[in-house]
Design a protein around this ligand. Structure first.
Ligand code: PNS
Length: 165
């Protein structure tokens, strides 16, 4: 059984994340979407909300039915990955700006525990997209429809007090 782990903060999930999860599901038998619980960060959405949005969004991914699990983890990713018998961490690379830090983390994770990382090139459709930008646009009243799942649009609207469309 080949297992991919797509770790992240997912505050909130975007269509770019979902593209990577869907493509990982084509290459692996199962995908664990692992949401980091990080007490040092102040996310817009609580971990259970983030997990709920991810579960809703991944449930309808084509050809991935029953093969995507959404879970949370604390502490080192490699410890979680080993516990869950992960074959490889799978990450999306949007641009060269992502590369430096992702390379450092991949090399550290390999050194710590021999855990492999595989990178997928983000679809050009989503190469400019990030959770931070989505939140910023939403906070300022911009329209994020089509960038995140519809449920996330609604939750962002509630959380950032946008008027209904
Ligand atoms: O969505 P993000 O914030 O870019 O995800 C970053 C994440 C969760 C993949 C990274 O911060 C992480 O793996 N954190 C867990 C703690 C850890 O293992 N740190 C050492 C990384 S080499």
């Amino acid at each position: 059984m080949r297992t991919a782990c797509c770790p992240g903060t997912y505050d909130p999930v975007t269509n770019g994340h979902l593209d990577i999860v869907a493509r990982a599901a084509k290459c692996f038998d199962r995908v664990i979407v692992a949401v980091l619980i990080n007490p040092a960060k102040q996310p817009l959405f609580g971990v259970e909300e983030r997990i709920g949005m991810l579960r809703d969004a991944t449930a309808s991914l084509p050809d991935a039915a029953g093969r995507v699990e959404v879970a949370s983890f604390e502490g080192l990713l490699v410890d979680y990955a080993r516990r869950r018998q992960v074959t490889a961490i799978v990450k999306g690379l949007r641009a060269v700006s992502d590369f430096d830090y992702e390379l450092q983390m991949a090399q550290m994770n390999y050194r710590l525990a021999g855990v492999e990382t595989m990178f997928m090139t983000t679809s050009p459709t989503w190469s400019y997209l990030s959770s931070s930008l989505v939140k910023d646009v939403a906070r300022h009243g911009g329209d994020v429809t089509g960038l995140v799942p519809d449920l996330v649009v609604a939750r962002l609207r509630e959380r950032t007090q946008l008027p209904p469309a």
